[in-house]
Design a binder for this molecule. Structure first.
Ligand code: ATP
Length: 221
C-alpha cells in the first residue's frame, strides 16, 4: 500500500541567521486517508506539503514513499514519481492559459505516455463540465477552473493528491463544492488526499489532522 512516512523533517532558509520554518516534524500518512493540514499563516503548511510532494528538499530528515527515501532517488526518478503518482491542486488553479480545457487535461496523460481513451470526456463529466473541453481557461469562472484543475490532478490516476489551499480564491458555495468533489473523488478510488486549508469546516472531514504551529507539529488534543 502507498504510505508516506516523514521523519524528523526540517526546513530552513538562509545562513547566519538561519530561519527554521519546519522543525523536526514526523508522521505517517496511510493510503486512502484524507489528511488536513492546518495552522496560522506562515506556520509552515505549504512547506510541509512541498516536502511531502518532493517539490522541495528537506534541510534535514527523510520523506519515505512506500519505504523509499525520495531524496535518494535523484532528479529524474523523483520527477517520474511525482508525474506518475502525484496530482497537485493549487490555490490559483494553475491551468495553462494557452491550452484549451481538454488539452490541459491531456497534458498529464501525454506526460505519462497514456492515451486519452475517453478519459478527458469522462473527467469533464465527473467535474460537471461536459462539453466545455474546447473552452479557454480564462473563459471559465474560478470554481470551474478549479474543477478543471481537479480533473487534471486526477486524470492519470495518481496515488496521492496534494492540494494547497484549493478553495482559497473561491466563495463559500464554490469552496464547499470543491472540497466535497475532491473528498468524494479520492474516497471513491481510495486515493490519498493531503490538503492544506484555512477552512475550519474541512477539519471535520479529515481522517487525520496535522496542526502546525511555528514549524512544529502540535499533538492532537
Ligand atoms: N524560499 C523561501 N525563502 C525564505 N523563506 C521562505 C521561503 N519559502 C517559505 N519561506 C518562509 O517559510 C515560512 C513558512 O511558509 P509556508 O508557505 O510554509 O507557510 P504557510 O503556513 O503555508 O502560510 P500561508 O497559510 O500564509 O500560506 C514563512 O515565514 C515563509 O516566509
Amino acid at each position: 500500500m502507498a504510505d508516506i512516512a516523514f521523519e524528523s523533517l526540517s526546513r530552513w532558509y538562509g545562513e547566519a541567521p538561519q530561519r527554521t520554518v519546519l522543525d523536526r516534524v514526523s508522521g505517517t500518512i496511510h493510503a486512502g486517508e484524507f489528511v488536513v493540514v492546518v495552522g496560522r499563516s506562515g506556520s509552515g503548511k505549504s512547506t510541509l506539503l512541498n516536502l511531502l510532494g518532493g517539490l522541495e528538499s528537506p534541510s534535514e530528515g527523510v520523506v519515505r514513499i512506500d519505504g523509499t527515501d525520495i531524496a535518494g532517488l535523484g532528479d529524474r526518478p523523483l520527477t517520474a514519481l511525482r508525474r506518475r503518482r502525484m496530482g497537485f491542486v493549487f490555490q490559483a488553479y494553475n491551468l495553462i492559459p494557452t491550452l484549451c480545457v481538454a488539452d490541459n487535461l491531456r497534458l498529464p496523460l501525454s506526460l505519462n505516455g497514456l492515451d486519452d481513451e475517453g478519459r478527458v470526456d469522462q473527467w469533464l463529466a465527473r467535474v460537471d463540465l461536459e462539453g466545455r473541453g474546447g473552452d479557454w481557461p480564462d473563459r471559465l469562472s474560478g470554481g470551474e477552473q478549479q474543477r478543471v484543475a481537479i480533473a487534471r490532478a486526477l486524470i492519470h490516476e495518481p496515488d496521492f493528491i496534494l492540494a494547497d489551499e484549493p478553495t482559497g480564491n473561491l466563495d463559500l458555495e464554490n469552496a464547499e463544492r470543491i472540497v466535497s468533489l475532491l473528498d468524494g473523488l479520492c474516497r471513491a478510488e481510495q486515493r490519498t488526499l493531503i490538503m492544506v486549508t484555512h477552512a475550519q469546516e474541512v477539519v471535520g472531514l479529515a481522517d487525520q489532522l496535522l496542526t502546525i504551529r511555528d514549524g512544529r507539529l502540535v499533538d492532537a488534543e
